[in-house]
Ligand binder design. Structure first.
Ligand SMILES: Nc1ncnc2c1ncn2[C@@H]1O[C@H](COP(=O)(O)OP(=O)(O)O)[C@@H](O)[C@H]1O
Ligand SMILES: [Mg+2]
Length: 318
């Protein structure tokens, strides 16, 4: 049987002397929503960056539908993979609609960039893209904001525009890194409903790889959950299996023990973030390092986006 979808095989990543991922294998089959959870520092973002081609593994391999995959950040769209950016990652100088059109750029046959900047290329393509971008916005319930500048919109709407921008490329696999970050509970519920229906869409059904601290979201949307701890997979299973797995509870309790007010893994607790292993100056340093890695990787993507669609201004909100 051919191996459908994305698969990671025995992936290892090292940062200097630190093993960030060790023998990590997982699959995201077509039509499924797969979540990756784990305490801070477990390796979630590193794993995400491996799939995006931002971090190169020192061991293991990736496959897409059974064929070797060497992801490159600027070539993901071409192979049907889209990601939302940490932060929001919209072009501040473009309207919501234009941002989504930019996301759909790979669909344009005759150079969407040219059309966007008014060069004489193809009016017909531009109209087609515009119609499609409206449809995507409408599907996410935000077509009414099409002509707004992203920076003027509430955070939750901006996040949704980011999602529309990713979906406009009609991906068959969507990568989400902490999409619930900064959202209020109601917004998280709406996001969950949106994510759940992505694999079930009549047109362009899309698998999802979701890296997320937010336990409620992961438990409610994922078909399968992979739990990382210290860079290793400690459990894989359905939300119910993960909830009942003593090794998972141990990992989170270990994390919660050291952080005074960090919530535990209780999936029904309605709380968001999970604990970190060490609530000390050391872990702050660790976080600072991975933040630096994240902004670096955004810079990489920003550069490649700029090549495709003009100037990118990140962080249109503070
Ligand atoms: N660019 C980097 N350089 C050095 N260490 C890193 C880098 N990125 C991540 N790490 C380390 O790898 C481990 C996993 O980090 P990360 O993937 O960010 O975890 P998570 O997203 O689960 O919180 C942490 O110990 C982190 O400090
Ligand atoms: Mg992370």
């Amino acid at each position: 049987m051919p191996e459908e979808g994305l698969a990671l095989h025995h992936i290892g990543v090292r940062f200097g002397g630190l093993t960030a991922l060790d023998d990590v294998s997982l699959r995201v089959p077509a039509g499924r929503v797969v979540g990756v959870i784990g305490p801070n520092g477990a390796g979630k973002t590193t794993l995400f960056n491996v799939v995006c081609g931002i971090v190169a593994p020192v061991a293991g391999s990736l496959t897409l539908d059974g064929r070797a995959l060497r992801p490159r950040p600027h070539r993901l769209a071409g192979i049907g993979i889209a990601r939302t950016l940490q932060g929001i990652g919209l072009f501040a100088g473009l309207t919501v609609l234009e941002n989504v059109m930019a996301g759909a750029g790979r669909l344009a046959r005759s150079g969407f960039g040219a059309a966007l900047f008014g060069l004489p290329r193809s009016d017909r393509d531009e109209r087609r893209l515009r119609t499609w971008a409206y449809e995507v916005l409408d599907g996410l319930g935000i077509a009414g904001h099409a002509h707004a500048a992203p920076g003027t919109l509430p955070f939750a709407v901006q996040k949704r525009v980011g999602l529309a921008r990713a979906l406009a490329a009609r991906p068959r696999l969507l990568l989400l890194d902490e999409p619930a970050g900064g959202l209020a509970a109601d917004d998280v519920d709406e996001l969950a409903a949106l994510i759940r229906q992505l694999p079930r869409q009549a047109t362009d059904p899309c698998a999802v790889l979701l890296v997320e601290h937010h336990m409620d979201l992961v438990m409610s949307v994922c078909d399968e959950i992979v739990v990382l701890d210290f860079g290793r997979v400690i459990a894989t299973g359905s939300p119910a299996e993960i909830r009942d797995d003593p090794a998972v509870a141990d990992a989170y309790l270990g994390a919660a023990d050291t952080g005074a007010d960090t919530p535990g893994p209780d999936p029904d607790s309605g709380t968001g973030d999970v604990g970190s292993h060490t609530a000390t100056a050391h872990s702050d340093a660790v976080d600072a390092r991975s933040d630096a890695a994240a902004s670096h990787s955004d810079a990489v993507v920003a550069h490649s986006d700029a090549v495709e669609a003009g100037p990118r201004v990140d962080g249109v909100t503070s």
